[in-house]
Design a protein. Structure first.
Length: 404
């Protein structure tokens, strides 16, 4: 067992230690993924109130905020006063033992603390140091803070989201934070792979802005090609008809006709074979020119049956379609449960906590929920003991509120 490997850890990152001073969502979600995959993640929080996610919104399980619970499992929790020189010294000492360090403070803040990359890499040249910022580490907006909704708007993502003719809308989940987290995981793992060859760590940096722009793929292609600014289309598609959600007898159904052969199959499925060869509708360009007419013909037909009935009919005719689920329908669907995308963990104060599972499945070194989300400072004594602090020294630090 390597120095940092936890008993029973078998994930692909077993033996990797991560010091996480990030907060809110993007950084903590990234480190949660690393923890699920076997890394020993040590989450550093301010003493007293902890990560801001512990007190956001109105939903709690017991005394624990559901936002925090969603992105902080598989970690050990340490509470430290990073405003104090002794608190910073503790984190710096931890970083000497670490493989990865993750932060998402506003650019310049970690340098003032003495936890910037040059400082920590001087102590530990093998360290992979990941910085997540809002707009970038430099440039005209590098100093500005930002969160997911702001970057959805700034990046143009909101401009292509919402109903046609209506106001711009946010995506219904924090997709920019999530994309940034996944990019951070990729960057960290690639830097660890490079370290295996060179023996040296490096700094990995990314921004919410750049992550949001990646989410626009491939919407940027038509703009670069034509100069035409994309419109909002709701559930519809700018270049294919029909390719949108239709109301059914009991809900909504996505129907995606991606070419003219699929249109022919849809016409047969609907019992309207004559439409397949009608020159007004046979080609996608003609259907685009008559979008309102085509959609108007289809809407009353789809309302004749339930979404489930239509899925059966359309699948028999090899037409791509699927129901628009509500969140409860999706999270309780047999396929989602089969994929183990809903998992449970026993929390010391919140009880049984249901969370999203792991989308990556390894045949030899699988990930797992290794720990429930930590209480604030739950593992402070344990981690400091590993740094050779004695009980009296820990008690003194706690009495002076350097740790909690």
């Amino acid at each position: 067992m390597s120095e940092h490997e936890q008993p029973g850890a078998s994930g692909p990152l077993a033996g990797i230690r991560v010091v996480d001073v990030s907060r809110m969502q993007a950084g903590p979600l990234a480190t949660m993924v690393l923890g699920d995959m076997g890394a020993d993640v040590i989450k550093i929080e301010p003493i007293g109130k902890g990560d801001h996610m512990r007190r956001m919104g109105i939903h709690y399980l017991g005394s624990e905020n559901t936002y925090f619970l969603s992105v902080n499992r598989s970690k050990r929790g340490v509470a430290v006063d990073l405003r104090s020189a002794e608190g910073v010294a503790i984190v710096r000492q931890l970083a000497r033992t670490a493989d990865v360090f993750v932060e998402n403070f506003r650019p310049g803040v970690v340098a003032k603390m003495g936890l910037d990359y040059p400082t920590l890499a001087g102590d530990n040249p093998r360290l992979v140091y990941c910085s997540v910022s809002a707009f970038g580490q430099s440039g005209p907006l590098g100093h500005k803070p930002g969160i997911d909704p702001v970057l959805q708007g700034f990046s143009g993502l909101m401009s292509v989201t919402g109903e046609r003719g209506g106001p711009p809308a946010m995506v219904g989940a924090p997709v920019v934070d999530t994309m940034a987290a996944m990019l951070a995981v990729q960057g960290i793992v690639m830097a660890l792979f490079a370290r295996e060859r060179s023996g040296l760590g490096q700094k990995v940096q990314l921004s919410l802005l750049d992550a949001a722009l990646v989410l626009l793929t491939p919407r940027e292609g038509p703009y670069f090609a034509s100069g035409t600014v994309p419109e909002r289309w709701g559930s519809a598609h700018a270049q294919h008809v029909p390719h949108e959600a239709f109301a059914t007898r009991d809900g909504w159904l996505n129907v995606d006709v991606i070419d003219d052969e699929a249109w022919r199959r849809l016409c047969l499925a609907l019992g309207r074979p004559e439409w397949a060869d009608d020159p007004r509708y046979a080609r996608n360009k003609a259907r685009l020119d008559r979008r309102a007419e085509v959609v108007g013909m289809l809407e009353p037909i789809f309302q004749e049956r339930t979404s489930g009935e239509w899925v059966d009919v359309l699948e028999r005719h090899e037409v791509i379609a699927g129901p628009v689920h509500t969140l409860d329908q999706a999270l309780n669907h047999s396929q989602v449960l089969h994929n183990q995308m809903v998992v449970r963990a026993e929390h010391p104060t919140a009880g049984t906590v249901r969370m999203l599972g792991m989308p990556l499945h390894f045949s030899r070194t699988p990930g797992a929920v290794r720990r429930p989300p930590p209480l604030l400072g739950q593992h402070t004594d344990e981690v400091l003991s590993e740094l050779s602090y004695g009980a009296a020294a820990i008690a003194d630090l706690r009495a002076r509120r350097i740790v909690g």
